[in-house]
Design a protein around this ligand. Sequence first.
Ligand SMILES: [Zn+2]
Length: 194
Amino acid sequence: MIHPGTRVQSTPDRGLGVFATEFLPQGTILWAQDPLDSVYEAREWEVLPSSLRAVADTYCWVDALGRRVLCWDHGRHVNHACDPNTLTSPWGFEVALRDIEPGEEITDDYGLFNILEPLDCACGAPRCRGRIGPAGAKDMVEDWDHRLAASLPQVARVAQPLREVISREILEEVERRARGSGPWPSVACRLRPT
Ligand SMILES: [Zn+2]
């Protein structure tokens, strides 16, 4: 489920995107998997009609177990950026890496989505990687962990409208680590083993 303070709208050059409708401080949980999201094991996916797979593949991400996850709401329209303002946490929810202003596009790094086909990127960021895919993900882990370590302590300090779709055990673990400023597990656990 995507944060209620967002909406989908057109972007100048990348089709639809998700934009903040309110101020979203660093540490805000912007998306979390919930029971309405559809999860497909490989064998379930392969028996779907090819026309459905072709459409749904655009919106699916792949978890560390190789299952496709299809978001039911407009969270599926979040675009990739190589310098994103949101990132997958070690627990799977997406967290704001910095303060996000109303009207700003929410972006994420697809490098943590285990995408099966490399994606060419021209996001314009000075740190644009040019091609996003499984091959380069491991090289990014140190940078992702560094950025998350600066943001995760804020999770316990800001309002979290998505709190009720995240398990109490996960929130308690995050808050316990936040009080001690970590240590934070590596987000490498979200990558599919190769
Ligand atoms: Zn890029």
